[in-house]
Write a protein that binds this ligand. Sequence first.
Ligand SMILES: [Zn+2]
Length: 278
Amino acid sequence: MNTQTINPLMQFSKKPARYIKIPSQGQGYSNLKLTDSGEIAVYPMTAKDELMLKSPDALLNGEAVISVLRNCVPDVPNPREIQIIDIDSLMVAVRMATYGDNMDMVATCPHDKHENNVQLNLPSLLDQQTYWTGLTEIETSDKIVVKMKPYTVTDQNKTSLVSFEQMTVLSQLDRQEADTQTKLKTANSTFSQLIDVTLELMTNSIVSATTPDGQEITDKAFIKQWVVGLSKADYDLIDNALKDLIKIGLPKSMNIKCDNCGEIFEAPINFNPSDFFG
Ligand SMILES: [Zn+2]
């Protein structure tokens, strides 16, 4: 009979953590445990985590990544709050903790299509990350001051899922035996859903909008209503600020000298979980 309440096996399953700084520096989280030097502990993946990352359904809706981060970064109690600018750094740290500091990648030279085998040093990549210092402030043409933050991984997952679903609807529509009127109607409603999630993403990244007479609006429903009616110029202004915000974090590409032709080219670094951990 088993009378033990503590499983003696479990003392062998603890692996040492890696400590990293994250681009948000903890901003935007309701409850996050950083060390005194502002770092967060990241633990290696288990076999179960690795299997999760290979499940296409879970990957598609981002649940695999959330589940892995829940296990590997326990000091973020609510992984749905993870800021989009932190996700690559956290996944790199998970990879370092699990497989070590180096990662092999293939970079195809655009000049001669030569496939260069490159070894990426992950700690030095983390050294190059940029940090989010505070809310971005911009002013629209009618002098409304908008304060912005990056969105979360949950916002991003929702958008990717809707885009994927809508693309599927559109490609099926092509093959269907329907009259043009019906096809147009479906296509229009699909596009309007896509537009809606894009506007939602923008709304979620707006912390407040302050009118010229000093009224600060933080209500998401009010902000969304305002975002929907923005002029093209003001929309672009906010959209560009958002694009700049989400560039914070790890570099997304690196310069590589081709082994074959000697040209230097810019190669993307892909942090997509299925390639990155595959
Ligand atoms: Zn080349």
